[in-house]
Design a protein around this ligand. Structure first.
Ligand code: HEM
Length: 463
């Protein structure tokens, strides 16, 4: 009996303590002018609910507090914005003090000259340097031929095999970019480079605790190894008299108007590899999944690609005009990005106290421009949970200002066309060569990242 009383007292004591702690934390943030919302536990905030419940946590909070609310997630006091007009406002107003707000681990590992870490004129310059490497003319004359050549090789010999399409698309995204950056060295350095790059990626998504055996520590080590590999590459290129037609060749070329230091070049190369890696690979994997589940869409897509192939000899590559003519393919990629929500949103940070939407957002707070829900808005996308690429053809492929899968404003994705060209070329060779079926049993995680924890296996055979 006494033990029972002790347990009851302890239980109630704990309840009262927890309630007091939560209340104290709410009071701490009850500054005049902040949007409504809850802040959860001291230090941890509402991170557990956010990660565990994902999109439904966001929807619950929106139904309680509206489309602009406060929370405390991933270690920071954060404003979540789910209002399309406000989201646009936030994305176009970097000059007023709304700069990228990515986690410290990401900035540390990607380098201090990384595009997300620089603002104002430094950002303009780095972005200009990047755009000069991936402009439509560059895609047409230099990058697409490399992508084509790479895809043919990467997709050869898959016949009669069970492959993990998640792993294959990850390797594809990395190796294809490496070939565009350093075409002649790519094959000799890729074995050493690729595992380091995968460690770097894991490090950017980890807690910034620099202890041995943590992903952050491994990511940092990987950055060091990658940096010395790239430094050596730059040295060799400078010593060589050959003029290479690839991104390094342009960066080091006399006629390039963007003069970058070695540190800047290295961070830019890491940016290119990193930014196009998960986005391109996950979209490609999910396209394969949706095409498998929707035979009518696959049939239409195949028709588009067979028509291109029929006009060519087997060894002829995909030209820029072919890529531009792939309207249905583009619709498939957009519909895949929408339905799978490859990008849930983007992060910003206030550099001073700011008035937004009638509230005062303190300096240093994160703003999560959460765009996921727009993808499932039935007014914008009737029958939103159906995979229907035709909807994009009806509405005009690139005239949809609410579609923020490539971001918006000053930081809008500069690699959009390059990414689309890579995925389109991959789909071209895949659907014209192969048919496939899922092996089954592989689970896909939808949030916070689209991922198959144990891989995504398909059985591939020749068409
Ligand atoms: C399907 C493919 C892709 C998707 C869905 C995608 C998505 C995005 C999004 C949403 C942003 C905005 C980030 C923000 O506002 O903070 C962004 C920025 C960026 N993307 Fe992409 N991206 C893709 C492919 C690529 C590729 C292939 C590259 C390679 C060069 C690339 C390079 C970048 C860079 C450098 C930025 C930062 C731009 C800046 O801060 O000015 N992306 N991307």
């Amino acid at each position: 009996m006494a033990a029972f009383v002790v347990i009851v007292v302890l239980f109630w004591g704990l309840c009262i303590f927890c309630t007091a702690l939560l209340r104290w934390n709410e009071l701490k943030y009850r500054k005049k002018g902040l949007p409504p919302g809850t802040m959860g536990w001291p230090v941890f905030g509402e991170t557990t609910e956010f990660l565990r419940q994902g999109p439904s946590f966001m929807k619950t909070q929106r139904s309680r507090f509206g489309s602009f609310f406060k929370s405390h997630i991933l270690g920071c006091p954060t404003i979540v914005s789910m209002d399309p007009e406000l989201n646009r406002y936030i994305l176009v107003n970097e000059a007023k003090g709304l700069v990228p707000g990515y986690p410290q681990s990401m900035l540390d590992i990607l380098g201090k000259c990384n595009i997300a870490a620089v603002h104002g004129s430094a950002h303009k310059y780095m972005r200009g340097a990047l755009l000069s490497l991936i402009s439509p003319t560059m895609i047409k004359d230099q990058l697409l031929p490399k992508i084509d050549d790479f895809m043919r090789c990467h997709l050869s010999n898959w016949d009669d095999k069970i492959i993990d399409i998640q792993q294959k698309t990850k390797e594809m995204a990395f190796l294809s970019s490496l070939r565009q950056i350093a075409s002649s060295e790519a094959s000799s350095i890729s074995q050493e480079f690729m595992p380091e790059f995968f460690k770097l990626v894991l490090g950017t998504l980890s807690l910034p605790i620099n202890l041995p055996n943590t992903n952050y520590h491994r990511g940092f080590q990987a950055r060091k190894n990658i940096t010395s590999l790239l430094r050596k590459l730059l040295e060799d290129r400078r010593a060589s008299t050959e003029n290479q037609q690839d991104m390094l060749g342009i960066l080091l070329g006399e006629e390039n108007k963007y003069k970058l230091s070695d540190d800047e070049m290295i961070d830019l190369i890491i940016t290119i590899l990193y930014s196009g890696y998960e986005t391109v690979s996950t979209t490609s994997m999910m396209a394969i999944k949706y095409l498998h589940d929707h035979p009518k869409v696959l049939e239409e897509l195949r028709k588009e690609h067979m028509a291109i192939r029929e006009k060519k000899k087997p060894e002829d590559p995909i030209y820029y005009e072919d890529y531009k003519s792939m309207r249905f393919t583009r619709a498939v990629i957009y519909e895949t990005s929408r339905l799978a929500t490859i990008v849930n949103g983007v992060l910003r940070k206030t550099t001073r106290d700011m008035d937004i939407n009638g509230y005062v957002i303190p300096k240093g707070w994160r703003i999560y421009v959460y765009t996921r829900e727009v993808n499932y808005d039935p007014h914008l996308y009737p029958d939103p949970f159906t995979f229907n690429p035709w909807r994009w053809l009806e509405k005009g492929l690139d005239n949809q200002h609410h579609f923020l899968i490539f971001g918006g404003g000053t930081r809008q994705c500069p690699g959009k066309e390059l990414g689309l060209a890579e995925i389109s070329t991959f789909l071209h060779y895949f659907v014209t060569k192969y048919k496939w079926e899922e092996v089954g049993g592989d689970k896909l995680m939808e949030f916070p990242r689209v991922e198959a924890r144990n891989g995504f296996r398909i059985r591939v055979s020749n068409q």
